[in-house]
Design a protein around this ligand. Structure first.
Ligand code: 6PG
Length: 243
């Protein structure tokens, strides 16, 4: 049985509390390690958290020189494009904190989609120091995830072949399942699962219905996500399913 069967559900009052709770969880995961790896997510749900990380007291709690930042999926566009997830994370916090540039791991966009996916996979493997994921030694300390209106997470869309990927750590997604319709590069379920904690952020009432379906066990991508460590759904009250 995977951890996906038993997620921990944490309900908070509103988006401000969601950002604060996520910051606490993230910082707790990365402070007592020699080198930490965080996998960020795109979309709007993590932006409140990202902005907090750039401000005290959280900014002072992050050991910036020891933390590496990756992106779980990105739109295959240059960083100058407003659709870029890494550019959004940079604007929200990475550009205004003392993080060494080599600790920011972005997907390359100066090549073709498949080469970019392979390169990002190679970068993850180099960072990890092995070609195979060992369940006893997760790749990430903390993985952030969002929930799309169709039940997608990262760029793992319903009915996509990427959902079945069991060997590759990163794949190219030529056709996105929903807007924005640009190709994507995404980590696969096995790579995302290699984490001490996976935290889903559900930040508004519009997600209530799809969240109910995911938590009820419908075979949607977000339901398939699992973690070697803790799998946690952090949900604002307005999106929480009725009990
Ligand atoms: C992306 C994301 C995607 C996102 C969800 C939720 O690149 O679009 O990584 O998986 O997390 O679509 O998006 P919101 O946070 O904007 O609701």
């Amino acid at each position: 049985m995977t951890a996906a069967s038993h997620p921990q559900i944490v309900i908070v009052a509103d988006a401000a509390a969601l950002a604060q709770t996520a910051a606490r969880r993230l910082v707790d995961r990365i402070t007592n390690t020699n080198r930490a790896a965080v996998c960020l997510t795109g979309g709007s749900s993590p932006l409140g958290l990202y902005r907090l990380l750039a401000q005290d007291p959280w900014r002072g709690e992050v050991p910036w020189d020891r933390v590496h930042w990756f992106m779980g999926d990105d739109r295959f566009v240059p960083e100058s494009d407003p659709l870029s997830n890494m550019a959004a994370a940079k604007r929200a916090f990475l550009d205004s904190v003392p993080v060494p540039p080599q600790n920011i791991h972005a997907v390359a966009t100066d090549t073709d989609l498949q080469t970019a996916a392979h390169r990002y996979e190679d970068e993850l493997k180099r960072f990890y120091g092995a070609d195979r994921l060992d369940p006893a030694r997760p790749l990430f300390d903390f993985v952030l995830m969002g929930l799309g209106p169709d039940g997608h997470t990262a760029s793992l869309f319903p009915r996509s072949p990427a959902l079945q990927e069991s060997q590759r750590w990163v794949v190219g997604v030529p056709e996105a399942g929903m807007e924005p319709f640009v190709p994507r590069v995404t980590l696969t379920f096995p790579a995302l699962a290699s984490t001490h904690e996976m935290l889903f952020l559900v930040d508004n009432a519009d997600k209530r219905q799809i969240l109910g379906r995911v938590l009820a066990g419908e075979d949607l991508p977000a339901h398939r996500a699992s973690a070697e460590g803790d799998l946690v759904w952090l949900i604002v009250q307005a999106a929480a399913p009725e009990r």
